[in-house]
Design a protein. Sequence first.
Length: 173
Amino acid sequence: MKHYTTLMLAAAVATAIGCEKSKLQEDVMDDSTWETSTGEERREKPPAEPKPESSLQKPFPRVSTGVIARNDLLPVLDGGLGRFLQNVTLEPAFHQGAFVGFRIVSLFPGEPAFASLDLRPGDTVTRINGRPIERPEQAAAVWEDLRAASNLVVSYRRDGEERALRFRIVDES
C-alpha cells in the first residue's frame, strides 16, 4: 500500500508541477497533414471506433484523500521532478488571457496506480499547497518544500468546479 500511495503522490505532484509543450511540438501535433520523405502529403487516419468496454477496462475508484509516509516520499523527491514529468503531458491553461494552471493531457498512460488518482485528462491543476506553479522556480520550490511538508494539497478545476486532492504526510515511528 505504501508504494501505491507514493505512486499517487508522484502523479499528483508531477502533474501539478508540469511544463509547457514546445512551440515545435504544438505546431506538429496541430497539423494533421504530414509530408513524406518523397514530398508527398499524407493525411492522418481518422480516429478508430471505440472498443466496447470490458470488465477489465472499467474505471478504478477515484482517490482524492490519503496518507503518505515520509520515508516513501523522500526517494520520490530524490528522483527529481524531471523524471516524473517524462510521463505526463500538460499544456498551459488560460482564462481571459491570464494563466490559471496546467491542463492535463495525459497522466502516466498504462499505469493502473495513476488511474485511481482523481485527476483526469481535461482537469486543470492550479496550485499545490496553496502556492502557484506557473514558473519553473515556483514548481521547484514546491517540490523541495514537500520534504518537510505535513500535507500535500493539489488544487484543480474540473468542468468549472474547484476540487482538491488532500494527502497527509506522516513520519513513521
